[in-house]
Design a protein around this ligand. Structure first.
Ligand code: ZN
Length: 240
């Protein structure tokens, strides 16, 4: 199977994206997969979209991409997210909006099912964060692996044929008897208490979630200059 890097939730954070792509280049993977949320929250939506269009072999839509493209209503967005989407809309040209609008919700690549939110009702943008959510969602895809983003909290969950689900850490060898749901974490707005950008590498049947530092202060300065909400600026420092 081809080696791949999987990234998600860039959220217009150019410094984090550039830093992650530099690390990915060192890995010399065959394929780069992007699981959605290119825009929203951060100060560089157009730049991040252009880079992803250039570098990613597969790109999916996230809820913020859909919101920026006018495809989903924002009533369930918190006020900060909504403000950032409104700011983002003014920074995208019509071809960039068309491009966001054309991104698929799900895709299959080899033995991987790819989706931003959940295999069950991807257009509803549910969160998949615990074993109960995972158990429910294993019934909605057929492939051995499912890669998700959306919650910005990385994990690797393994399900045995008997239905036992375990959360695994570190470098995980993919066992052919089992199935997996993997959240790659967020490139541009981590929320697991670690402010470093997150991404996943799958090579020779070993999957590992990696982290890399980036110039957070530079991103924050751009956000401040853009007048984006202070809450969104502050959370980058603590990764929450
Ligand atoms: Zn997101």
């Amino acid at each position: 199977m081809a080696s791949c890097a999987i990234i998600s939730d860039v959220h217009a954070n150019l410094e984090a994206l550039v830093s992650v792509l530099k690390k990915i280049d060192e890995e010399k993977v065959d394929v780069i997969i992007f699981l959605g949320d290119c825009v929203g929250y951060g100060p560089a939506p157009a730049e991040c979209l252009d880079i992803l269009l250039d570098r990613a072999d597969i790109m999916l839509a996230g809820n913020h991409d859909w919101a920026a493209a006018g495809l989903t209503d924002m009533t369930y967005f918190n006020p900060y997210a909504r403000e950032a989407i409104e700011w983002t809309r003014d920074r995208l040209n019509s071809s960039q909006e068309d491009c966001l609008r054309s991104l698929p919700l799900t895709s299959v690549r080899g033995n991987m099912f790819l989706v931003h939110g959940t295999p069950r009702e991807p257009e509803q943008w549910h969160y998949l964060t615990n074993r109960e959510d995972a158990q429910l969602n294993f019934a909605y895809f057929e492939e051995p692996l499912c890669l998700v983003g959306h919650s910005h909290i990385p994990f690797i969950m393994e399900r045995t044929p008997a239905g036992r689900i375990t959360s695994l850490k570190g470098a995980v060898a993919v066992n052919k008897e089992n199935r997996y749901i993997i959240n790659t974490g967020s490139v541009g707005q981590p929320r697991d208490g670690n402010p470093e950008a997150a991404y996943a590498i799958l090579k020779e049947d070993i999957v590992v979630i990696k982290r890399t530092a980036y110039d957070i202060v530079r991103t924050q300065k751009k956000m401040r200059k853009a007048g984006l909400p202070e809450y969104l600026i502050d959370r980058l420092s603590i990764g929450r």
